[in-house]
Design a protein around this ligand. Structure first.
Ligand code: URA
Length: 434
């Protein structure tokens, strides 16, 4: 088998066999296929797509690139949650402790910033001392003790996803339904879960811009789960504006802390509670979804989810005091206000542009080797539908260096659409696929 022939065939829209896909995944993970050939294969896949059979083969081989974590020794249903990627999307850090505080075992395997979207691991690592590189044994021990642990894919867990994920990020091959589905499902299934709740984002800040594509992605992931005997439920949710007000790693951790203390933004609180309720229900803690919703709300109100998050932060080496004293988190050195050019209503906030601007000033990566600046990002002052006056503050950009700042500020300013009439309210949760 020759890599160039497989690239050629995928480029021409042919279906590859399971053996051929295994050859590519193993070769790239093992180092015998170079970045430039895998980049070409990814781009060919981006344009030609994959059949369901190919996606299954790709996912299976990515799972098989590492070990399948055995969590059978821990009693209880293991339920994870994953988002396909958004801007200001920090629901994992809220839904996971809510579900764990309700008794669900949550083995959370997360990703890093990808394209213009943020990553749970990068957010967690903005907490001083927080370690996401737990060994499999540490992961298991922490799950048994606290019911929640956060890791990324590692050399042991779905290593193929780790390599492909960062290559896709740097080669503009992220927005591909088969590549997203296999990336998410491989690392999730490798973590030893029984059930999974997916948040499939759609809109200007999501990889899927159209609901029909988001539905196809959701169906593909639910199908992969079903074939592997896992219960999977997907919500399709709106990402036409950032979720909450904060975008950027440490800034988002601050908003997570506020939300877990009942002082979070309405959209973020609502979606996190719904995702947690679905985890609780699918995890068989309650017999009905309504009871699960009530339990999630109780765990928010009684403060136990916040305590759970603090315990887990401490267990993974992080300083839990930083969740109460934000001066202990990385803080930006500069701030620039973006003002409204006119009076009117905010009709849209183009989330992808806000995400790209944040990446430009260091909140994400433009190249594989880039180092994240945890302190930087954007805080919105207004959300879509609100009235603004000419000269009032739309948002604040927090930065530590001036490189790319002017360009980022222009992008952020253009992201706000101001119109003369109040826009219709948008639904946050659009569909359920299960
Ligand atoms: N999240 C992932 O883990 N992988 C993707 O490809 C996109 C979002």
């Amino acid at each position: 088998m020759r890599t160039v022939d497989l690239i050629h065939r995928k480029r021409d829209g042919e279906e590859l066999s399971a053996e051929e896909i295994a050859f590519l995944v193993d070769g790239y993970t093992g180092g015998s296929i170079p970045d430039y050939q895998m980049s070409a294969f990814l781009m060919a896949t981006f344009f030609s797509g994959m059949t369901d059979r190919e996606v299954s083969s790709l996912t299976d081989r990515m799972i098989g690139s590492g070990e399948l974590i055995d969590l059978s020794g821990i009693p209880g249903v293991k339920v994870d949650k994953h988002s396909t990627g958004g801007v200001g999307d920090k629901t994992s850090l809220i839904a996971a402790p809510l579900a764990a505080a309700a008794g669900v075992i949550v083995p959370m395997v997360s990703g890093r910033a990808l394209g213009h979207t943020g990553g749970t691991l990068d957010k967690l690592e903005s907490i001083p001392g927080f370690r996401t590189n737990l060994t499999v044994d540490e992961f298991r021990t922490q799950l048994a003790q606290h019911g929640l642990a956060f890791i990324g894919q590692t050399p042991q867990v779905a290593p193929a996803d780790g390599k492909l994920y960062s290559l896709r990020d740097a080669t503009a091959t992220v927005e591909s339904i088969p590549l997203i589905a296999s990336s998410i499902m491989s690392k999730k299934i490798a973590s030893g879960l029984d059930a999974l709740v997916l948040d499939v984002k759609v809109g200007s800040g999501a990889f899927m811009k159209r609901q029909v594509d988001a539905r196809r992605l959701a169906q593909m992931m639910v199908g992969i789960g079903r074939r592997l005997d896992k219960r999977v439920q997907a919500l399709i949710t709106d990402m036409n504006q950032p979720l909450g007000y904060a975008i950027g790693n440490a800034l988002e951790v601050m908003e997570v802390s506020q939300t877990l203390q009942k002082a979070g933004p309405a959209d973020l609180t609502r979606l996190s509670l719904e995702l947690a309720a679905r985890m609780i229900y699918i995890g068989k803690i309650t017999p009905t979804l309504d009871e699960a919703r009530k339990l999630a709300e109780d765990r928010l109100m009684d403060g136990s989810a916040y305590q759970k998050f603090k315990q887990v932060v401490a267990a993974q080496g992080g300083n839990p005091q930083a969740l109460d004293r934000f001066e202990l988190l990385p803080n930006a050195t500069g701030m620039r206000e973006i003002l409204s050019p006119r009076t009117g209503f905010v009709s849209a906030i183009m989330a992808e542009d806000i995400g790209r601007a944040s990446t430009m000033i260091g909140a994400g990566r433009s190249r594989k080797e880039d180092v994240i600046d945890p302190a930087v990002g954007v805080i919105l002052e207004v959300k879509a539908g609100e009235k603004v006056d000419a000269g009032s503050v739309l948002c604040r950009i927090y930065y530590t260096g001036e490189e790319n700042l002017d360009e980022a500020a222009e992008l952020v300013e253009d992201a706000f659409r101001i119109s003369g009439t109040r826009p219709d309210e948008r639904e946050l949760i659009l569909e359920v696929v299960s």
